[in-house]
Write a protein that binds this ligand. Sequence first.
Ligand code: NCD
Ligand code: ZN
Length: 346
Amino acid sequence: MDSLTLTRPDDWHLHLRDGVHLAAALPHTARQFARAIIMPNLKPPVTSTADAGAYRERILAARPAGSDFTPLMTLYLTDDTRPEEIRRAVDSGFVHGVKLYPAGATTNSASGVTDIRHCDEVLATMAELGLPLQIHGEVTDADIDIFDREAVFIEQVLAPLMQRHPTLRVVLEHITTREAADFVRQGPARLAATITPQHLLFDRNRLLVGGIRPHLYCLPILKREVHRQALLDAATSGDPKFFLGTDSAPHSQSAKHSDCGCAGCFSAPAALELYAWAFEQRDALDRLEGFASHYGADFYGLLRNAERITLQRQDWALPATYPYADEVIVPLLAGETLPWRLALSE
Ligand code: NCD
Ligand code: ZN
């Protein structure tokens, strides 16, 4: 197979940042994807519908000429979020979910939730109105090993949460373990998961053997090979509970090359090509369209895109860096050769 045509995909988990960084990051996503769920972890976070509306306007204004990219906004859940805010969000028509960051779990999560039981009233309103909860699924207890934080979260937080709120729609974001894939597969239809390209392509050896690779450091951290295989099984299974969410999370090269380097992989420049490469490892390119272009829209209750795009088998090397405001940013797999390339209509 030398070319693959599919429905234009959407990215169901994306960080775009703001200001000059938004302007630098957005074109990479807008050339591939029709829509994206935009994460609210700005500084300060996007906690109200008014904030989300203003951020949405800034994203629309930053689109490259001719782009019809649609941002799907989210609110950042805090201990203080009120049910009235959820009603405003649903009424707006542009907010498509509320993001749970356990406080301290990842980049810009200091205002996150300290105990999800503080949010039960808000979650009940979300369940009533059908607004999905998007979850960064890691516990933050200092005594839980970083490689175990997702599995412990599922057992201690997510399973009880699903029981307390039996109609709440939930997306477990960027899953990284066999435990997460099993939990989602066995769960009800109101539970789904996104999977990133880096977690399908790499295990933790790639991050740590022979030198530390800061551009493969993200949260949740890459896991053992057995988990990567379980994620590949899930993504290529054709099960509509698993769909594309890059978690592309731009940080400048200097923020990554530091004594305390930031978490996040910048996958946007070659996102779809990276997924195609992963699916090809399983001889499952025929399953890519469902994962990338159908199941996420179906879960969120949105129409599938009508437009189509084409990937061509063509070796190409990712640039070492891209401009990022007055700095540079290193993409995931910088300088390496990928076997698939998006054929652009421009
Ligand atoms: C994200 C970021 O940089 O905003 N980083 C990451 O490693 N994925 C935050 C997040 O999604 O955890
Ligand atoms: Zn993220």
